[in-house]
Design a protein around this ligand. Structure first.
Ligand code: IVH
Length: 670
């Protein structure tokens, strides 16, 4: 290849792979096999190594905290990872049952399991030690993701039981609980990152990250559902599951032994409704013949076992009318289209709005106003439009056109290269951006200002009382104006002003996060605080200096430089400094905020709605409490989230340790 051809090839690969990433992560509609994607990515990576001069900073190989497969070792599966035949109705299942009866007679049982909506994983244990974790890949070979999988708390690294086979493989599904998904996705939204469409995609993206430190921050979980060994240790699948549980594996408690197909159908019916009360997504039920001898007799087709089948639930779907499309301008200026629908009942809630993600989605659906659209709310939390019923489109219907100017301030929108969202660049005067930035600044994870909420910020802005973050710190001079506001009594004003005053004590990393610099989330703010020590160093840092800080890549560094290149931002910082906010790192960060928890011990377990485990730990420690590693009679509190391990729960109950929620903990701190 000539140099020109090399460059063209690299550019084409970057473009193609970025599009595939978008299809996969945002639309949740991949159009390419994972394996082919990985090969193309490896090809691009090799070209970049050979020709660094042509490497594009936006290359999918370079994503910071990236969701991209880069350089995992490919491992051949000892037993191929097959798929399952799918059924969608009772008749299909009865046909499956008949086929089995024909082959092995009437004497058999089924095991019914939930079909977890995640990604399958194969774990190898050698001498009771977890030695390898491999993704399904193309079924024959997959990626070695052992380091990432080792961050999952429910997967044992070392088995304690003495009756485990010397070498075995166990398979299961990696997934993310909905609560964790919502929390992390919200955090991504807050720092202007593209959001994931559903927990499955988030889990899949996480498993394939390069940095296992980053993986550890995204709580994944795993249910195990099958054992492979060279010789038979057990007679039935059910018996093997009981033993897996005993060896310390996380086996779903809802698995059930069923004597016949009618019982299976009842199980399916029960979970069709009940699935929405689980803390994780399932997309169906898996039915397996219990006896291993009978499984062997039934054998396999080329793609799947004859002794198992899945029953897939239909994602609940309804048809309704698209009344209009509105556009929300976020704090970062990203303009997100939202479908406003004629209200309709779906999966137990009234749906009035559906996400349209971005301009590409409007184009894909070829939406027209008044269209009759199919809306789905499957495992996913936010309803979305699947497609349009073209038969019902009125002649002359007006196509929905994504605006070219900001719906709030009329500034022409821009789209940065390699990104899917359009932005309003008018960050200094576009109202929702200003309000959003102030709301972000006061939020719990940033300055945590008591007595001031999102709605109040909105009102203050509309009344001309605040237009910048720094204006919060002169509000005390406007006490008379504040008193004229409805529902804003003397007491709330005093509370709010006290909250604002107290926020001056918040550490630099919180202030930095609160400024709302694109891509500077909580973790990045902490790393920058540690690396740069103070705001002046940060403002004057070069690209090289920034990227030499731990975990700061090109994209974040560029965003920081761009932020500090704006005189208005520097002016704000000067004002905030003059009001006494913290712009210097405090050495030895853990300073006690209070001694409310002194002498009290805690264990944190499970997945939480509002905070990560790390945040809860910091909260406890910075108020004098102590974190213990295990449950004992001495323990004062078990902070319990969703899907806590059953053994922990049992032990806590036995020892009479009080269980508290994250809200109870906040209450203790009040
Ligand atoms: S057993 C021969 N059990 O569904 C395949 N699979 O459609 C044996 N899955 O690749 C798989 N929950 O990723 C089995 N309880 C369960 C499952 C389950 C989810 C996934 C798995 C598999 C896919 C097949």
């Amino acid at each position: 290849m000539s140099l020109f051809e090399v460059k063209d090839k690299m550019d084409a690969l970057v473009k193609e792979l970025n599009q595939h990433n978008y299809n996969y992560y945002v639309l949740a509609m991949p159009t390419i096999a994972d394996y082919t994607f990985d090969q193309k990515l490896a090809e691009l990576h090799a070209l970049e190594l050979a020709h660094p001069e042509f490497a594009d900073p936006n290359s999918p190989t370079q994503k910071v905290g990236g969701e991209i497969t880069k350089t995992f070792t490919t491992v051949k599966h000892k037993w191929p990872m097959l798929s399952l035949g799918n059924t969608y109705n009772e008749q299909d299942l009865r046909d499956f049952d008949e086929r089995i009866k024909k082959a092995i007679g009437d004497h058999f049982e089924y095991v019914c399991e939930l079909k977890f909506d995640g990604l399958s994983i194969s774990l190898t244990y050698d001498g009771s030690k977890l030695v390898r974790a491999v993704t399904r890949g193309d079924g024959t070979k997959g990626d070695d993701v052992t380091t990432n999988i080792k961050t999952i708390h429910t997967i044992p690294h070392q088995l304690k039981a003495d009756d485990v086979p010397p070498l075995f493989e166990i398979r299961g599904e990696i997934f993310m609980h909905r609560a964790a998904f919502e929390r992390l996705n919200k955090e991504r939204e807050e720092i202007g990152e593209v959001q994931y469409a559903n927990p499955r995609n988030f889990a899949a993206g996480t498993v394939k990250m390069q940095d296992s430190g980053e993986v550890a921050k995204r709580p994944l979980d795993c249910f195990l559902y099958s054992l492979n060994t060279d010789k038979n240790y057990f007679k039935t699948h059910w018996e093997s599951l009981q033993n897996l549980k005993k060896w310390g594996f996380n086996i779903c408690e809802h698995t059930k032994l069923s004597p016949n197909i009618n019982e299976v159908l009842l199980f399916i019916k029960h979970w069709e409704k009940e699935r929405f009360n689980l803390s994780y997504d399932i997309d169906g039920i898996v039915i397996k013949v219990n006896s291993f001898a009978q499984q062997q007799e039934l054998g396999f087709t080329a793609k799947s076992p004859r002794w198992a089948i899945s029953y897939k639930y239909k994602a609940e779907e309804v048809e309704t009318i698209l009344e209009k499309v509105t556009y929300q301008v976020g704090r970062t200026g990203a303009v997100t289209p939202v479908a406003n629908l004629k209200p309709v009942q779906l999966a137990g809630t009234t749906v009035k709005r559906a996400t349209l993600h971005n301009a590409n989605e409007i184009e894909r659906l070829d939406l027209h106003l008044g269209d009759s659209v199919f809306v789905e709310k499957g495992g996913e939390i936010i309803p979305k439009i699947i497609n349009v019923n073209l038969d019902k489109r009125e002649p002359g219907a007006v196509p929905v056109i994504y605006p070219s100017v900001c719906p709030e301030c009329n500034t022409p929108l821009i789209r940065k290269e390699g990104e899917v969202a359009f932005y309003c660049p008018n960050d200094e005067a576009c109202p929702p951006q200003i309000v959003g930035k102030i709301q972000h600044f006061i939020s719990r994870k940033a300055m945590n200002i008591d007595g001031l909420g999102d709605e109040t910020v909105e009102t203050f802005y509309q009344r001309g009382l605040i237009a910048h973050i720094s204006d919060l710190y002169t509000l005390h001079e406007k006490a008379e104006d504040l008193k004229t506001l409805e529902r804003f009594g003397e007491k709330s004003i005093v509370n709010m002003l006290k909250g604002i005053e107290l926020s001056k004590q918040m550490p630099f990393e919180k202030v930095l996060f609160g400024l709302g610099i694109r891509y500077v989330g909580e973790t990045v703010a902490r790393k920058l605080t540690f690396g740069a020590k103070n705001i002046d160093n940060l403002v004057s840092a070069s690209l090289e200096e920034l990227t030499s800080i731990d975990e700061i890549g090109q994209r974040i560094a560029e965003s920081i430089i761009e932020y500090f290149s704006k005189p208005e931002h520097l002016h704000q910082i000067t004002l905030l400094k003059s009001y006494g906010l913290q712009f210097e790192a405090i050495e030895n960060e853990i300073t006690l905020q209070s001694d409310k928890l002194t002498g009290k011990t805690f264990v944190i377990s499970g997945v939480f709605e509002n905070y990560s485990r790390e945040e809860l730990k910091n909260m406890i420690e910075s108020n004098g409490g102590k974190i213990l590693s295990g449950i004992s009679a001495k323990l004062n509190y078990l902070v319990a989230g969703d899907n806590m391990g059953p053994s922990k729960l049992e032990k806590a109950n036995k020892l009479n340790v009080p269980l508290i929620s994250e809200d109870d903990l906040l209450e203790l701190l009040k």
